[in-house]
Ligand binder design. Structure first.
Ligand SMILES: Nc1ncnc2c1ncn2[C@@H]1O[C@H](COP(=O)(O)OP(=O)(O)OP(=O)(O)O)[C@@H](O)[C@H]1O
Ligand SMILES: [Mg+2]
Length: 250
């Protein structure tokens, strides 16, 4: 078995645009990710979520390939679903479900054996600090609780590839710090990809940060190397401002 790793090869994607034919969103993204945590940074509308939907198999690229362990994810099918944990940027939840029922439902979708579900739900709930809120109906959950439930769902089955789209949106500082610690711990033995606008979420824990501008990778390197190159003496936020400036990057 080759080293678990994700490779994106020359991904292109455009969407139909009214009056303009097509709007290119990804313009030749090539990247490789071994075990560790990767931050994906870029302004609004730069293609982060599109890239993530393609990585997670929800959408197909116009051209290019996503490989896991050297094999195209389209060929891996269900085997890819088993290694993947995905937290989307937005998701509609069944408002009448409790958190526990939602997680059990997601566990079933992931084909976790029925006898293992209760323990697995308790495990992921504990990881995100949600033991207490599990029997609240989703309709009555705060934004931060819903966010933590989505994260817990992504952790079900201890996936080797964890893809999180804006995981800290709506989390209070305490939960944000907890998440950072959790991700740092999990990254030791899996690939974790985190798209975020919160630079501090990835600054101290990322093996590498990918800077995406208008569907093109500007750079992908460890944080110290990016600081050295774009903002000597500064931090990752200064790198962001130096690279993306005041404009919106589109
Ligand atoms: N299904 C779609 N149909 C048409 N256009 C789309 C679709 N999905 C995304 N887009 C467009 O593609 C571009 C990239 O969107 P995407 O959501 O990937 O950006 P993002 O970097 O995740 O932004 P944000 O930081 O706001 O989450 C945007 O201009 C968006 O309007
Ligand atoms: Mg997005």
């Amino acid at each position: 078995m080759p080293q678990p790793g994700l490779a994106l090869h020359a991904l292109y994607k455009s969407y139909p645009a009214p009056h303009r034919g097509k709007k290119p969103v990804l313009r030749g993204v090539t990247l490789t990710f071994g075990p560790g945590l990767y931050g994906l940074l870029g302004p609004n509308g730069t293609g982060k979520s599109t890239m993530i939907r393609i990585i997670t198999g929800g959408e197909a690229p116009d051209s290019g390939q996503v490989l896991w362990g050297g094999r195209p994810i389209s060929a891996l099918g269900i085997r890819y679903r088993r290694v993947l944990g995905y937290m989307p940027q937005q998701q509609t939840l069944y408002e009448s479900y409790t958190g526990r029922r939602f997680l059990a439902y997601m566990a079933a979708l992931k084909e976790i054996p029925r006898r293992a579900v209760a323990a697995e739900v308790a495990r992921v709930a504990a990881e995100v600090g949600l033991q207490a809120g599990l029997d609240t109906r989703l309709g009555a959950c705060s934004g931060g609780m819903r966010q933590r439930l989505l994260l817990a769902a992504a952790l079900l089955g201890a996936p080797q590839l964890l893809v999180l789209d804006e995981p800290t949106a709506g989390l209070d500082p305490r939960e944000r710090v907890r998440l950072r610690g959790l991700l740092a711990r999990l990254a030791a033995e899996r690939v974790i990809l985190v798209a975020t606008h919160v630079v501090s979420d990835v600054e101290t824990v990322a093996a590498q940060v990918v800077l995406l501008r208008a569907g093109t990778v500007v750079d992908a390197a460890p944080v110290p190397a990016l600081i050295e190159k774009y903002a000597p003496g500064g931090g990752l936020e200064d790198v962001y401002l130096a690279v993306f400036g005041e404009g919106d990057g589109r």
